[in-house]
Design a protein around this ligand. Sequence first.
Ligand SMILES: *Cc1c(COP(=O)(O)O)cnc(C)c1O
Length: 385
Amino acid sequence: MRKIQMVDLKGQYKKIKEEVDSSVLEVIDSTAFINGPKVHEFQKNLEDYLGVKHVIPCANGTDALQIAMMGLELKPGDEVITADFTFAATVEVIALLNLTPVLVDVNPIDFNIDIEAIKKAITPKTKAIVPVHLFGHCANMEAILEIAKEHDLYVIEDNAQAIGADYRFSNGKRVKAGAMGDVGSTSFFPSKNLGCYGDGGAIFTNDDDLAHTIRGIVNHGMYKRYHHDVVGVNSRLDSIQAVVLNAKLPHLDSYNKARRNAAKKYNAAFKNHEKIITPSGLSSCNGICDTCDCHVFHQYTLRVLNADRDALVEHLNSLGIPCGVYYPIPLHRQKAYLDSRYKEDDFKVTNQLVKEVISLPMHTELDDEQIEFITNTVIEFIDNN
Ligand SMILES: *Cc1c(COP(=O)(O)O)cnc(C)c1O
């Protein structure tokens, strides 16, 4: 059996090596390293793929979120509601901008921000909601957009983990993750579903004015050379990353399909196990039918019930099966984000998930033999402990 990787970037690279190598060398030869034509080409390609009017490439996914928020009319002290169960970048940029993060609980089905919890958290100071499409599945955007409309709030989608995912509205309309809110952001960190070979990110919006504002913010607040109208940042995607992304974008749907196929096999093996809850989406197909892209499985995350999750992690690692615990500590209990307003009772689901979740290897190159070994090992451990 091939060695099991949490993410197999090498196997994926081998299949596109010729194209990537030659286009990287072309960039070096052209010396158009920053803001070259390849970055513009990628921007257009991604706009077409997502069906969004404007893509603004930038340096990483954390910058993308920060810049997205800088582009909106928010002022210090405004409250921004986001999920307690996510990567810290989401809450970090809210705090960095002197906005007030308001963390709320998630739902136990797809681990995304809980709609009732959002409603409960709204105050006159609330100005925005940041849903995170965690592990590759969209948050309940229909409900979130409705709440936002009712209370006049911005919606900023943190789409670092779900690029390529579809969201289906109840009227049947399908929209790509990241293209539904006022503004969306993503990351091209190498292990993300569309990863480059370094750091990269992008911001999406359908709003022409906001796109213009953001294009200035990523470039030192400059709208005319050496005229600085707003305080900006320096955040750019370089051309070498853009050509890697241009090579990979046409494969994104098949990459996501390969992830979904692996997830289906995992799901089948764990089916009906009384101590294992497999990941599922809220849509009827659970996001893994052959005709939709509702779940792109950035992570394949199980909940293990009444079992020693940490011992399982150790056991898997000892047998050469990498795995991860995303995330082991809720954000509301992180030192940097403590807030006397938080009550443990308001975070029942997150507090439970941090004890139960385990993410298994998930990437485009998993084969049946590896999946069988992983699932057998997990089941055997849980049955015998
Ligand atoms: C990866 C990630 C980010 C940050 O992306 P970087 O490119 O690493 O800065 C933000 N939010 C979520 C949910 C992520 O998973």
